[in-house]
Design a protein around this ligand. Structure first.
Ligand SMILES: Cc1cc2nc3c(=O)[nH]c(=O)nc-3n(C[C@H](O)[C@H](O)[C@H](O)COP(=O)(O)O)c2cc1C
Length: 341
């Protein structure tokens, strides 16, 4: 007889040892959502909570780290966005507060940033959007990689999770490789674990948890949405770049298309300079995630969500979500390996 933990350890031991957790399940950082309550709840439930430090000034991040530490003795991480103007100061906060792991997101980080964190004894995880970049990041010293497919919520790349896993996992042996994007069930986790990933990162599934501070309207929108409602923002004209963000379509997303067309028209009529028009389009969503998550404005705010939103049916505790994922993943791996229950 083997316990669920023993079955799963055949697949994710390296991942959970790297994270220093019972389960190799990461709660993907979600701006405004992943604050100390959710992060600590995920870590207390045996997973790996991650503070979304991307939109925070250094003082706020310091406070969030301290509050998380007050709620959990378990391991957790901090997600930083590489283009944040205060990245250096944010890294200093992580070093000063002795955070165990930092996830560098939002573009390929500099070797200098990786080195600074590693020299301070922090484990560094980076996102790899292609094999060539995965190899480059390993050379630059990253301690682990995350592959995030286009099914994910928030800012996304163009390639599906299952393609990234097939492209990258067989060729990276030096560091653990985690996977994110479109994972909504234990069965899906089992499939990726059987392909050699070290663990899974989920974001969308953790929004509708009792410990998550998101506005009830935000959670209701998740419960009502189907997978096909979580769509990437569309760029109308390549001269006006739009970084794709996957979110549940609403009035705001419709208005964004009109706004792009009106702004481009103004540029074409000579009423606006190219730079100003580009800036206006870039800034359209400024503050929009906060409006939806905190204020509950689900019509005009940004309802960032992954396609796995279609699998979110109710609100439950973080522990219940993690227990379900673990039981279903272990069950699927038992079946695959012919191990009796
Ligand atoms: C509302 C929301 C906000 C997010 N914010 C961030 C962020 O600030 N930084 C980041 O690296 N990823 C962010 N993500 C991506 C998640 O960390 C995670 O990788 C992703 O949600 C995984 O895919 P899934 O949603 O299909 O589970 C966000 C996702 C959502 C849904």
């Amino acid at each position: 007889m083997y316990s669920n933990d023993e079955i799963l350890d055949r697949f994710w031991k390296a991942g959970r040892e790297f994270l220093n957790t019972r389960y190799a399940i990461m709660g993907g950082a979600m701006s405004w959502v992943s604050e100390h309550n959710l992060v600590a709840a995920i870590s207390n439930a045996g997973g790996f909570g991650v503070i979304a430090g991307g939109a925070m000034p250094p003082e706020l991040l310091k406070g969030e780290i301290e509050k998380t530490k007050a709620l959990t003795k378990n391991s957790f991480g901090v997600n930083l966005i590489t283009m944040h103007p205060q990245l250096d100061a944010l890294m200093d906060v992580c070093i000063g507060t002795k955070v165990g792991h930092v996830i560098l997101a939002g573009g390929i980080p500099s070797g200098q940033a990786i080195k600074k964190l590693k020299d301070a004894g922090i484990k560094v995880l980076c996102f790899a959007p292609a094999l060539v970049l995965a190899k480059r990041l390993v050379k630059a010293g990253t301690d682990a990689l995350i592959l995030e497919g286009t099914e994910a919520g928030g800012h996304i790349g163009p390639v599906a999770t299952n393609i990234l896993v097939q492209e990258i996992v067989p060729y990276i042996k030096e560091v653990p490789v985690f996977v994110a994007g479109g994972i909504g069930s234990g069965e899906m986790m089992a499939a990726f674990l059987s392909m050699g990933v070290a663990g899974c990162q989920l974001g969308t599934r953790f929004v509708c948890t009792t410990e998550c501070i998101a506005h009830p309207n935000f959670k209701k929108a998740f419960i009502h949405a189907n997978a096909r409602d979580a769509m990437p923002t569309v760029q109308i004209d390549p001269r006006f770049p739009v970084i794709p963000v996957r979110a549940i379509t609403n009035e705001g997303t419709k208005r964004f298309m009109e706004f792009q067309m009106e702004t481009i028209q103004k540029y074409q009529n000579g009423e606006m300079e190219l730079k100003d028009a580009q800036m206006a389009i870039e800034n359209y969503w400024g503050g929009a995630l906060r409006r939806a998550v905190i204020d509950g404005d689900v019509e005009n705010g940004s309802l960032m969500a992954g396609q796995s939103v279609g699998l979110v049916k109710e609100e439950k505790s973080v522990q219940a979500v993690i227990d379900e994922l673990v039981a279903d993943a272990a069950g699927a791996l038992r079946r695959l390996s012919n191990i009796p229950a």
